[in-house]
Design a protein around this ligand. Structure first.
Ligand SMILES: *[C@@H]1O[C@H](CO)[C@@H](O)[C@H](O)[C@H]1NC(C)=O
Ligand SMILES: *[C@@H]1O[C@H](CO)[C@@H](O)[C@H](O)[C@H]1NC(C)=O
Ligand SMILES: *[C@@H]1O[C@H](CO)[C@@H](O)[C@H](O)[C@H]1NC(C)=O
Ligand SMILES: *[C@@H]1O[C@H](CO)[C@@H](O)[C@H](O)[C@H]1NC(C)=O
Ligand SMILES: *[C@@H]1O[C@H](CO)[C@@H](O)[C@H](O)[C@H]1NC(C)=O
Ligand SMILES: *[C@@H]1O[C@H](CO)[C@@H](O)[C@H](O)[C@H]1NC(C)=O
Length: 345
């Protein structure tokens, strides 16, 4: 009995040595999966078999990931670090994971991401950053993010998200935004335009619900009209709006400049909603009515002219018929008259 137990345990130890499975983990040879879930780990375990494709590290207390933590497992396709204590991802952490497709970092303590963090992951398709404390995302997630189809940033502390970041992900199909304190001031216009176009192209999103300012709290970003955002320092996204409101924006930007000179950090007040967007749209409405009226008038006059011309022409033709053709019918014999009638018919 004792000997059997010893034998079994030595076989297990031997197996671990032969296949190099970390203690506290289960290594499944056929699926090339290493399961280290719920083990109270504080670091990435060493001796993970190099052929591993799936590494499950969820529900641990991992808080530190060394620079070359995954250099021994270059074939990883799925890396699940969800429900850990990771707060600081230095840029070289995922170096060398050329085949990684799914990276799950949900339920960690990440508050900051460097723009190079995911640069070395050319095959990355799904990136789950939900349920962290991210305050800000960089303008790019790396120079190799073209294959990302799913991005989740829900349950974070994002107030803004640069449209440039989203535009750098051309194959995005699903993007999850909910439960962030989105700030729906003028700065959000780029995001709104992007989201409209994304949904139009068939993308899937859970939408953006505004959190601030107070009067837009709980409102869907897509349902907040453009005029309500007020002015911002001009950005590329707004050039198009500025062109529409050409006249009034000239006036507004001059206002903005005087404001800037008064107090240096006025960019926030620049973003406050314009108190009276209505006169602009009213002026637009009036202009539209006037233009429509003028166009209608011209068309009516043309139709009248055409009618008058038509009547005059008919009258003249009738008169001509009476004066010149009548004698012919009087003089002509039945034989001559018949072909003439049939040619008219
Ligand atoms: C997260 O991990 C802890 C152990 O570290 C576990 O007790 C808890 O149930 C896990 N939460 C979820 C949602 O799985
Ligand atoms: C993150 O960790 C790296 C080393 O791994 C360190 O150099 C850097 O200062 C840390 N950053 C923050 C914000 O803690
Ligand atoms: C990440 O893991 C969580 C559970 O830990 C799961 O609900 C979620 O779907 C995973 N995300 C992806 C992109 O697979
Ligand atoms: C990454 O951010 C740094 C500053 O934090 C910047 O100098 C660099 O140009 C950025 N790189 C990319 C690719 O955006
Ligand atoms: C991406 O960035 C990394 C480091 O920032 C660099 O080594 C690599 O050459 C870049 N790749 C491309 C395609 O620009
Ligand atoms: C996307 O993945 C393909 C292989 O599936 C790869 O050849 C290509 O370089 C990747 N694209 C980018 C932008 O990284």
């Amino acid at each position: 009995m004792k000997g059997d137990l010893l034998l079994v345990s030595s076989i297990i130890v031997l197996m671990h040595m032969v296949f190099g499975c970390p203690e506290k983990c289960l290594c499944h040879q056929t699926s090339k999966t290493v399961d280290c879930r719920n083990q109270g780990l504080v670091e990435i375990p060493s001796h993970i078999p190099p052929e591993t494709l799936i590494l499950q590290l969820q529900n641990n207390h991992i808080w530190r990931i060394n620079q070359n933590a995954f250099s021994e497992t270059p074939l990883l396709k799925i890396l699940d670090l969800s429900n850990n204590s990771v707060s600081n991802l230095s840029s070289g952490v995922f170096q060398g994971l050329r085949y990684l497709q799914v990276l799950n970092l949900t339920k960690n303590l990440i508050y900051y991401l460097e723009n190079k963090t995911f640069s070395s992951l050319p095959q990355l398709k799904e990136l789950d950053l939900s349920s962290n404390s991210i305050l800000n995302l960089p303008e790019t997630l790396g120079n190799n993010t073209g294959n990302i189809t799913l991005l989740s940033v829900k349950y974070n502390k994002l107030q803004r998200l640069d449209r440039i970041l989203l535009e750098s992900l051309p194959n995005l199909k699903v993007v999850l935004f909910k439960n962030n304190p989105w700030e729906c001031t003028c700065h959000v216009i780029g995001l709104k335009l992007w989201l409209e176009s994304f949904l139009y192209r068939g993308g899937i999103s859970d939408g953006i619900i505004c959190s601030t300012p107070e009067n837009r709290k709980g409102k869907d970003l897509l349902k907040v009209p453009y005029e309500m955002y007020g002015t911002c320092p001009p950005t590329a996204a707004q050039v198009h709006l500025a062109n529409i409101h050409h006249h009034s924006s000239e006036h507004r930007s001059s206002l903005k400049h005087t404001h800037h000179n008064e107090n240096g950090e006025s960019s926030h007040s620049d973003c406050e909603p314009k108190p009276k967007p209505r006169p602009v749209s009213l002026r637009h409405a009036i202009a539209t009515v006037v233009i429509t009226g003028v166009v209608c008038g011209i068309v009516c006059l043309m139709m009248l002219a055409a009618a008058v011309y038509g009547c005059a022409y008919a009258a003249i033709t009738a008169k001509y018929h009476r004066e010149h053709l009548a004698p012919v019918t009087e003089l002509g014999s039945p034989e001559e008259k018949e072909p003439f009638d049939s040619s008219l018919a």
